[in-house]
Design a protein around this ligand. Sequence first.
Ligand SMILES: Nc1ncnc2c1ncn2[C@@H]1O[C@H](COP(=O)(O)OP(=O)(O)O)[C@@H](O)[C@H]1O
Ligand SMILES: [Mg+2]
Length: 258
Amino acid sequence: MIKLRDICVSFRNEKQESFFGKTRKQVIFNISLNIAQGTCLGILGESGSGKSTLGRVICGMLKPDSGIYTLNDMEIYKSKSNKKILQEKLSIVFQDYTTSTNPRFKIKDIIAEGLFVYKKRTKKNIDLKKEIVHLLEMVGLDETFLNRFPHQLSGGQLQRVCIARAVACQPEVILLDEAISSLDAHTQVQVMDLLKELKEKLNLTYIFITHDLTSITYLCDEVVFLKDGKITESLKVKDLNKTTDEYAKKLIHSIIEF
Ligand SMILES: Nc1ncnc2c1ncn2[C@@H]1O[C@H](COP(=O)(O)OP(=O)(O)O)[C@@H](O)[C@H]1O
Ligand SMILES: [Mg+2]
């Protein structure tokens, strides 16, 4: 479904100026990967390894310097219309549920944002209130949340609202960038269970970005290890113990030895 081939990304170096003008710092090096429909790919790496940058390429928000990115054989950065098609098929859930929700919006308005995207695309008439309640229930909340504001919800509840907004536009793919990382361990498991349930129910494909290997083993089918912008290992989660990569081994031992 999703294919990346030799993706490279660099940013302009603001500080360092050479004789030839501004230099560039490369942060993603020749990344290639495949994501099959209905699977969950984990992208694992420490802070600064380039996970979010790669995520931005996959979301259509950042054109790579070079390389090819296709969704169902359609080349995304070839034309504006292809990019638009991608954005209709892909939703995003970020780590920071407080800044990704407008504090002055009620919960019903936050979820409605996602429904408007769907309405605009399909030109279907929808019963907004009914749909919002349906979405709230789908993420384990209920209609008592409709008129509340973000600050009146716990982190886990607000992230559920963000997930409801993400599925409201009926995407095929959801990219989750550290989506559970700010939650406490217990709430993380609850939100991961919700994500698993929605994936089956709605036939979704996930890209799950995290620095935490435990959540990858809980949720993902395959994993790539990212280090300094390069993939050092790529394998099925069930084959994790067979890795020969030193960095991957180090991380695996750090969770097993407890
Ligand atoms: N817009 C940008 N301009 C310049 N450098 C950036 C920009 N975005 C990210 N970087 C740099 O790219 C590297 C990877 O960052 P990022 O993708 O955010 O990593 P991660 O999400 O794994 O923590 C970092 O060194 C970061 O400073
Ligand atoms: Mg990041």
